[in-house]
Design a protein around this ligand. Structure first.
Ligand SMILES: [Fe+2]
Length: 193
């Protein structure tokens, strides 16, 4: 899908989840190697599938298919379909709590991330922490307030974050919702996990 990144102000109300990032930070902060937890939904129920060490952002806290964001994945899909004028299929979602010293290396994603949403839920850092996109001829960066998201084609647009420099007890909580164009070349990734 041809799509430049854009900032979607007030995409969704995340106020009921404002403490989730801090909860995760507190629970898992003592694990120096970080943690990556995966849930899987089978026959309508979420079960813990695996617990490993995160690879994309070492030492971060990362949860796939956290049941509390399941409905949000669909609500955002509806909003995006209107905005983009396209039918979408959901693929998967995950959240990450970034901590001091972490960065997101410049990368592109796999097909299941054709339409990617990086939603800012909460943070307790006292500055902005931008996300960057390479649009070929220029680099674009965005600063998100709580409830804002950046929408981008994760397969085609390189994206990254510089190192987060903050205190030990600070964090930055993002959820990533992924979709594919239902009429596009990645449609077979629908409901991917
Ligand atoms: Fe990515």
């Amino acid at each position: 899908m041809e799509m430049k990144s854009f900032l979607y102000k007030d995409l969704i109300d995340v106020s009921e989840f404002k403490d989730e990032g801090e909860k995760l930070r507190k629970n898992y902060n003592l694990m120096p190697q970080g943690i990556e937890i995966k849930y899987k939904k089978t026959r309508g129920k979420f079960n813990l599938e695996s617990t490993t060490i995160p690879t994309q952002v070492p030492n971060s806290i990362c949860i796939y298919s956290n049941p509390i964001y399941y409905v949000m994945h669909y609500k955002i899909k509806k909003k995006l379909e209107k905005r983009l004028g396209k039918r979408l299929y959901p693929t998967y979602y995950f959240e990450r709590v970034y901590l001091n010293g972490q960065n997101l290396k410049k990368h592109i994603d796999r097909g299941a991330c054709e339409v990617s949403v990086s939603l800012h839920v909460s943070s307790n850092i006292d500055k902005d922490w931008h996300i960057y996109f390479n649009h070929g001829d220029r680099i674009v960066s965005y600063k998100c307030d709580i409830g804002d998201a950046v929408v981008y084609n994760g397969v085609e647009i390189q994206h990254w974050r510089e190192e987060l420099r903050c205190q030990k007890n600070q964090y930055y909580h993002q959820i990533f919702f992924h979709y594919v164009d239902a009429d596009g070349k990645y449609a077979h990734f629908a409901y991917d996990r």
